[in-house]
Design a protein around this ligand. Structure first.
Ligand code: NAD
Length: 257
């Protein structure tokens, strides 16, 4: 049995992931705002560091895998704090505990939204690790309804780029730690409940995210891929964003791989 730390474990994809792992006999330490083993707010540096310390302590110092699911899709600056810095800074704080494992693994959640238009300076500020600048750009964007909707895609493109940049470095690949992301299409979770509840919301979502294979997906479709990416069997998948999106990526991006 392995020890997993799962963020966002109180709801949706994180909750499904934690449940499948527990049912398979693994130890799971859930992190979320409330309702899990570690209560922590991943929107601030202090919250990320404290949550990582507490998770490491509960794990007894060694963690086999971190699966970062916690996220927000609201058109506000806090989405940048949680989706980008709440994943990357938390994972970095977990690196010493991962490095003690015989088969450490990391997986994050990106999104097919990473292929939508983004605010380039916002993506750059995130990748530079400049949270203050990123939050300022996002706060400005939040004032304009059209720019506001681009905050979420920007946070997810930055995640996919962070994974590509970081995965091959000494800290991760060099320490024997595969780092990868999964990019979902439209998953039926509390995050999308309101959107999918009305005909207009559903039509708008389906126009942005065409899913020729099996349409909207259950949380388990993402959970099982996150679990494979963080299993012992994954020895060579490195720095990838794997699209598990009912074909949305193939429709939208076509030959442009
Ligand atoms: P969800 O809303 O069901 O779960 C997200 C969890 O993150 C919640 O439990 C929430 O409390 C937690 N969270 C939010 N802010 C936090 C904070 N500051 N500190 C700690 N925890 C916090 O959503 P979900 O659909 O399960 O989404 C999981 C991930 O998948 C997110 O990163 C999301 O962006 C991504 N995603 C979802 C979809 C979808 O269609 N649902 C599509 C693509 C990507």
């Amino acid at each position: 049995a392995r020890t997993y730390v799962v963020t966002g474990a109180a709801s949706g994809i994180g909750k499904a992931t934690a449940q499948i792992l527990k049912d398979a006999g693994h130890t799971v330490i859930g992190v979320d705002l409330k309702g899990t083993d570690v209560s922590g707010d991943l929107s601030s540096t202090a919250g990320r560091v404290q949550a990582a310390e507490e998770a490491t302590r509960l794990a007894g110092g060694t963690v086999d895998a971190v699966i970062a699911c916690a996220g927000l899709s609201i058109p506000r600056a806090i989405t940048v704090a949680v989706n980008y810095f709440g994943m990357t800074e938390f994972i970095e704080a977990m690196q010493p505990a991962l490095a003690k494992s015989a088969a450490p693994r990391v997986a994050l959640i990106s999104s097919m939204a990473s292929m939508q238009p983004v605010i380039a300076p916002l993506v750059d500020a995130m990748l530079e690790g400049n949270e203050a600048a990123a939050m300022e750009i996002a706060a400005q964007a939040a004032e304009d309804p059209r720019a506001a909707n681009v905050i979420y895609p920007s946070s997810k493109l930055a995640i996919s780029r962070w994974v590509r940049r970081e995965a091959p470095t000494a800290k991760w690949a060099g320490a024997g730690i595969p780092v990868n992301a999964v990019a979902p299409g439209t998953v039926v979770t509390p995050m999308t409940k309101e959107l999918l509840a009305t005909a207009e919301g559903k039509a708008m979502t389906d126009a942005y995210v065409p899913m020729p294979l099996n349409s909207h997906q259950p949380a388990e479709s993402i959970a099982n891929l996150l679990i494979w990416l963080t299993s012992v069997e994954n020895s060579h998948c490195c720095g990838q964003t794997i699209y598990c999106d009912g074909g949305a990526d193939t429709v939208l991006r076509g030959d442009d791989i």
